[in-house]
Each structure stands twice: as C-alpha cells, then as structure tokens.
Design a protein. Structure first.
Length: 383
C-alpha cells in the first residue's frame, strides 16, 4: 500500500514538474493543479477504506488466484492457446507491414491493426502477464502470457502497452507485504524499458542511436507524456458542462453511445474530440512537438458536470465500484479499475473510448467466466 501511494504521489509531482521544463509553452492552470491534487488525495482515501472494509479479500488473493483462476486457465488451455495462435497471426501481418516501412500511425488507421480483435486481445495479455508472475503461476501460463504480450506489442508497434503492464503489477503490490515483490517490480520495469527500446528500434523504424538514447530519457518522456492530462483537463471540463453529459463521468463511452441514439449532442465526445491533437510546444531534446490527446483525466469530467463536489462524488462512485469487484472476487476487474483510480489523476477516463471500454470489458468477462466455472464445478449453481 505504501509503495503504491508513494509512486502515485511521485507520479503526480514529477508530471507537474516536467511540464515546466523542456519546451512546454503553456502553463497548467492553478485550479487544475489544486483539483488534481484533491482527486489524488480522495483516491488514496478510497483505497485505504477498501482495505479496511474488506481485509480478507486482500489476504486471500493469492490462494484465490491459484485455486480458481489458474485452474480455469488450465482447464481451457486449448482455448487460450488458440487465442495466442490467432494473436501471432495478427502480429505476423503487422510485422510484414512494418518490414515494408509502414509507419505506426498507418498501422492503426489505414491497415486497421487496432481493430476489435486487438482491443480484446491486448486487454487480456496486458493483465495476464503481471498476474502470472506476481502470483508465481506455472510455466505454461508464464509462456502464454509472455508470448502473447510480445505479439500485442508487434501488432501495433506500440510501447504504451508496456506502461500498462508496469502499472498493473504495481497495483498488485496491494496484495502483498513482501518487499521481494517490490524488487521484482524494479526488475520488470527494467525489462519493459529494454523491450521498449527494441520496439523503438525495430518496430517504430527509428535509428539505433535514437532507440538506445531513449534509455536515458525514458522517465522524462513518461512524465512529460502524462503531463498532457493536466493541460487537457480544461477541455474535458468545458465539454462536460450541461445536462446532456451528466452520465458521462460514470459510464463514459457507454453513456455517450446511448445519448447519441436518443438525440443529437451539441458537443459529442467522439473520436474527433478524443484524438484531436493539442500542440503544447516542442521538445528541447528531440525537437519533436508535444501533441496532447486522449489523456482527458477522469476527475475532470466529474468536476465539469458537478463542480467541486464532483471530485467527492467520484470518490464515492469509485468506492462502490471496488466494493462490487471485491464482493464477486473479480481480481482482473478490481486491478484495472484501481489502476485508473490511483493513477487516473494523470490519466484518462477508464471508459473514454471503445478501446478503453473493451479493455475493462475483457477483464470483467474473464472474471465472470472464472466465477461461473467455480460455481458450476463446485455444484454451487443450479440451472
């Protein structure tokens, strides 16, 4: 718990700090800094109260994963092996395009490698990888998770998948008091940075010097990237003002989808809104522009719709979400939701886009499948 809180605070402080150096031409508004700090404080309190209210969930997480999740994955190992093979097939298609010199943005847009299949597969392997290593599962699952993660990285030539993996493993520390797990987090971080460098060199068609130079400025790049969310907060606050957006802070893309079916929206939160690039300056190191999109922080939607009380309302809502996950012992969903809660101050709405929604849905589907498998296999559920 202490490690997670410390990293979250450090993340917040350094993201703000790195927004003041290195080429940003826009200052973060003072009210954004104040409210994002309040959001982080409330989020930490939510996690603290969840741990106090449901102590057995955290104490029994390891045995629950080993007895229920591992047995489920082993029971349907053929299904997951077929998923891995299909992921490899998609990755091979993407890799052939990469060898032809197709840049990453065209892989996503013109060649459709970021389609529905990718959304489902990516969410699964990004979550499975840290779980099987944190809870020390069998070699078969470790191989499936590792190869699957590598395939998803190749699929869209993206390094961002690796940041999610580190974040999920960090959240898993809430289930352990052993400092050995922190050591493994450091090892995992170094490994992910190494893989990120390789993806920079071989998958994103950048020079080797640029790729290995990324090792020295990786942390700076991460914090500068996350600083984008503090700038984008103003846009999401403005977009969420008015009654038509009152459900968006809670349900995101789902609420927006049904709202559009009922009536035209004056300010739709669509792909144009989410992907629009806001230029914040140019890097003094690389010369490349700072182009901010997607990272519209979760708290800002609540603030725009409900004012200052919105941050408190978000805290109550997050407590309810986590309590539901705990009651069903939904480990995957708990971890992905908690990652957005504790790191969401410098991140995006967990249901901002269809991709985000599919990532959460994938975790929920796996949890539900494990739950039903346990009920039926133990004879606790009748048709």
């Amino acid at each position: 718990m202490l490690t997670i809180v410390s990293v979250a605070i450090l993340y917040h402080v350094l993201s703000i700090y790195y927004s003041t150096v290195g080429g940003f031409t826009v200052e973060i508004p003072e009210f954004v800094i104040i409210n994002s700090t309040l959001d982080l404080f409330v989020s930490i309190l939510v996690v603290f109260f969840i741990k106090i209210r449901f102590p057995s969930f955290f104490m029994n997480a390891n045995s629950h994963f080993q007895n229920d999740y591992v047995s489920f994955f082993n029971k349907y190992r053929i299904v997951f092996l077929l998923v891995l093979i299909y992921t490899g097939y998609l990755a091979s298609q993407s890799f052939q395009l990469i060898l032809l010199g197709i840049p990453r943005h065209e892989l996503l847009q013109e060649y459709g490698t970021g389609g529905i299949s990718y959304m489902l597969i990516s969410g699964f392997f990004k979550m499975l990888f840290p779980f099987v290593f944190f809870f020390n599962s069998n070699l078969y699952l470790k191989l499936i998770a590792t190869i699957g993660l590598l395939f998803t990285i190749v699929l869209t030539a993206s390094r961002s998948e690796l940041m999610y993996v580190i974040g999920f493993y960090l959240i898993l520390l809430i289930f352990s008091k052993s400092y050995k797990k922190v050591f493994w987090l450091l090892f995992l971080t170094i490994l992910m940075i190494f893989i990120a460098i390789l993806s920079t060199v071989f998958l994103q068609n950048r020079p080797i010097t640029d790729g290995f130079g990324a090792f020295s400025d990786m942390l700076r790049t991460v914090f500068q990237y996350r600083a984008y969310s503090y700038y984008l907060a103003e846009y999401s606050i403005d977009a969420s003002v008015g009654g038509e957006k009152v459900l968006f802070p809670f349900f995101g893309y789902i609420a927006e989808y049904f709202s559009r079916l009922l009536s035209p929206l004056s300010n739709p939160i669509d792909s144009d809104f989410v992907s629009y690039l806001h230029v914040l300056g140019h890097s003094e190191v690389t010369g490349r522009p700072f182009l901010a999109n997607v990272l519209y922080p979760w708290w800002s939607w609540f603030y725009g719709a409900f004012g200052s009380f919105g941050i408190i309302l978000k805290g109550l809502y997050c407590f309810i979400l986590l309590a539901i996950c705990v009651s069903g012992r939904f480990l995957f969903t708990f971890v992905i939701v908690l990652s957005f809660i504790i790191f969401g101050t410098a991140g995006a709405h967990p249901l901002l886009t269809l991709t985000h929604t599919f990532a959460v849905a994938t975790c929920f589907i796996i949890d539900l499948a494990v739950f039903l498998n346990y009920k039926f296999s133990k004879g606790n559920c009748k048709l």
